[in-house]
Design a protein around this ligand. Structure first.
Ligand SMILES: [Zn+2]
Length: 148
């Protein structure tokens, strides 16, 4: 309200961590963060393919960037809020396979292994994630562990 002292601002989450633009991107592409996932996390650009979006979401997990994770989650499956497990440290991504997911598709699948250390123990998340392109943007829909 004009004229009234403003309320103390609500506690805001700390700004997400950002590596240097020139340092290797956490997604393992071999490119610099500023030439890979950086522009997607900073919403300067949208990921052109399902794989690029998946990589940017892995990088967002690695950097505790919940804003990017929520913004790229399809509205039909997006959680109301997201609390990342502080005991998980993401250590590497392997993209195993992709189906469709190009700039000309509306659906895409990316199968990957995401390596991490949970409470001091190495572990791996193996998932086939489904993506959907809507209004020119790719969104994560859901993922499941492939049958062995
Ligand atoms: Zn990247």
């Amino acid at each position: 309200m004009p004229g009234l002292p403003s309320e103390p601002s609500a506690e805001r989450p700390a700004a997400p961590r950002r590596p240097r633009a020139s340092s290797t991107c956490p997604c393992g592409s071999g490119r610099g963060f500023g030439a890979c996932c950086g522009p997607y996390l900073d919403a300067e650009r949208t990921a052109p393919t399902a794989e690029a979006l998946m990589r940017s979401r892995y990088t967002a997990f690695a950097l505790d960037d919940t804003a990017h994770l929520l913004a790229t989650w399809h509205p039909t499956t997006r959680p109301a809020r997201l609390d990342l497990d502080a005991d998980v440290r993401w250590t590497g991504l392997e993209v195993l396979a992709t189906e469709a997911g190009t700039a000309d598709d509306v659906r895409g699948v990316v199968e990957f292994r995401a390596h991490h250390v949970h409470a001091g123990r190495a572990d791996v998340l193996h998932e086939r994630s489904r993506f959907r392109r809507q209004d020119g943007r790719w969104f994560y829909v859901r993922g499941r562990t492939p049958a062995p």
